[in-house]
Structure formats: C-alpha cells, structure tokens
Design a binder for this molecule. Structure first.
Ligand SMILES: Nc1ncnc2c1ncn2[C@@H]1O[C@H](COP(=O)(O)OP(=O)(O)O)[C@@H](O)[C@H]1O
Ligand SMILES: [Mg+2]
Length: 315
C-alpha cells in the first residue's frame, strides 16, 4: 500500500530516534501501523475507550494531535468518534473544513439527540462539534439529563472516543479528563509549556491517583530535545507526585503541519509521508497497543462521571 510505503520511508529517517521512546515494532520490517492493524481487528473491544487529550498551556497542539490521532486510529480499522470538548476555542470542525449545522448545545437543551448532531467526515471518523454547552451541564434538569444520557446509550458502536479538551486546570477541563480511560497531556519544549504541563499533571493526579498519565511532546526540533523534555516531566512527577508519566512519543515541528491546518485538511491525510505524520501515526499505534486494564464503561458511563464531578449524580 502506498501509504505504508510513505510511512516506511519516513520511518527510515525517524526509526533511530523513535526507538528511544517507541515500541519494538519500530525495528520490525512492518510499520507499527501494519502491525497493529493486523493484531487488532476492528470491533474486538466491547466498550468505547475514552481518550482525553489535554494540556496545561494553550496552543501546544491538542487539536492537531486529537484530529490526527483520531484519523490514524480510523486508518487502523477503529471506529472513532472525535468530540470537541474545548469550551473556549472549539475548532475541530475548522481543522477538518466542516461547517457544523448543529452542536452539543442543542442536545443539552433537549432539542436534538446526539445521533442527530454526529457529523460523518471524509476521513473515516465521526465528529461532534463543540460549543459552550458542556458548561451548562450543571444546570440541566433531571429530564434534560436523562434525555442526554439516553442519547449517549444509543450511540454505541465506537471503539474509541477522543476528546479534545481545553487547556488548563479549570473545572470544565478536569471534568472531561477525569473519567477518561486514558489521559494524554500534550506539551511543547517551551519552559512555560513544561511548567504548565506539570501543573496539569498535578491537578489530574489530585483527582485520579490510580491512573498513569501519558505524555506527547509536540513541536520538537530533535528527538534528543523531546527526550529531555519527557525525562524531566517523568522525573519530577515521579519525585514530587509519586506518579508515573508514560512517554507516548513526540511530534516534530514541521511547517507542513501549519500548511495542512491552513488548507483545512488533516495532516496525516494531506502529507502521509511527512516525518510529523509518521510521529502521529506512531503515537496512535502505541495507544492502541494497550488494552484497557479493566472493561471500560462506555460513553454513557463517561458522562455519568462528568455529572458526578459537577455534583449532579445521575441515579
Ligand atoms: N508539530 C507541529 N509543527 C508545527 N506547527 C505546529 C505543530 N503542532 C501544532 N502546530 C501549530 O500550533 C498551532 C496550535 O495548535 P492547536 O492544535 O490548535 O493547539 P491547541 O489545540 O493546544 O490550542 C497550530 O495552528 C499550528 O500552527
Ligand atoms: Mg485546540
């Protein structure tokens, strides 16, 4: 397949550096994407796995990572729903060149069901466009909440839901991070981004000690720099928070990423042979290689937990 050829070529350039943080598959003849595609056929997981992508500082690449991870996972045969949970800067639809007719706010208000507002894309993923609606969760009446949760039950069928959250330690962001099966913290090598990433990890740990936090270092000039940043965060989190941070990988700083954003087409689709695309696919493969240690509770369970977080139990 041509796409895998391109990935393989890009991998030749990056294999050495990726090997430091990547799985053994990097060194195999097959690309990580091919290996995972063969090992994890679509539809083998029972529940929807929820992956929240977050950061301390804004503008570090959460949306870029979320969109490209979602598409990479779809390319591996997973049924993926990408949910725009950024209350301030909802922009997944912008990156995909889609003008949504409806958004989550209408579901909150009971005017539509979630099924009504799911937007299929040309990239093998479905999306739910963002709005300020999530901040209204706490104001829902019992009926509205039931309507909302029933809609979530009906969705089903997704292997993975990726949530692109806002930045920072605010309660809205934490509410979308806490109930997830996996939390991916994105940072860049900038000292302010690293400091804020640590702050975010600290907030997450304060609420969900039992989970490992995953890290992606975006916009790196070299792999050595990525490793330096990751090692620093892993070491201070271990020392001061007694928390394990797992290095999922890194993404090179590349002008092509900005170019694909400007053309409103996803990077891994527009430039599948770019080094940065190989990095994104690699991170996706790493995430999928890992099965849930306990059966997930699906999307409905996820939102129930959000409700509980904001003090509105749903029983
Ligand atoms: N790997 C990268 N290489 C180059 N530019 C990047 C990369 N990742 C992100 N960017 C730039 O950073 C900007 C912010 O990214 P975005 O995903 O919107 O961040 P966030 O969602 O965290 O606010 C993008 O518009 C793009 O210009
Ligand atoms: Mg964003």
């Amino acid at each position: 397949m041509e796409r895998f050829e391109k990935v393989r070529n890009a991998r030749t350039q990056t294999a050495e550096v990726l090997a430091g943080v990547g799985p053994a598959t990097v060194l195999e003849r097959r690309t990580p994407m091919e290996s995972i595609a063969e090992e994890s056929p679509a539809g083998t997981e029972k529940a929807t796995r929820i992956i929240s992508v977050t950061s301390g500082k804004g503008g570090v690449g959460k949306t870029t990572v979320s969109v490209n991870l979602a598409i990479s996972m779809a390319q591996l045969g997973k049924k993926v729903l990408l949910f725009d949970g950024d209350l301030g800067l909802a922009n997944i639809n912008v990156l995909l060149g889609i003008i949504p007719e409806h958004n989550i706010y209408e579901v909150m208000k009971g005017r539509r069901t979630l099924k009504d507002i799911i937007i299929p894309t040309n990239y093998g993923i479905d999306i739910i466009a963002g709005a300020n609606g999530i901040s209204q969760l706490a104001n829902l009446t019992d009926d509205q909440r039931e309507h909302f949760l029933t809609g979530l039950e009906d969705l089903g069928g997704y292997d993975v839901m990726i949530i692109d959250t806002g930045a920072g330690v605010g309660s809205n962001v934490i509410g979308l991070v806490m109930p997830a099966d996996d939390v991916v913290v994105v940072t860049t090598p900038e000292p302010t981004a690293i400091t804020d990433a640590y702050g975010m990890i600290k907030s997450i740990v304060a609420n969900r000690q039992e989970k490992t936090i995953k890290l992606v270092v975006n916009r790196v000039p070299t792999a050595v720099e990525a490793k330096r940043v990751a090692d620093r965060l892993i070491s201070i989190s271990s020392q001061f928070l007694k928390t394990e941070v797992e290095n999922l990988g890194f993404i090179f700083e590349e002008n092509l990423v900005q170019k694909s954003i400007r053309s409103q087409r996803p990077h891994v689709v527009l430039y599948p042979g770019a080094k940065s695309s190989a990095c994104m696919q690699h991170v996706a493969a790493r995430l999928l290689n890992r099965e849930l240690d306990q059966e997930g509770e699906g999307i409905s369970g996820f939102f129930s937990k959000i409700f509980q977080m904001v003090g509105i139990g749903n029983d």
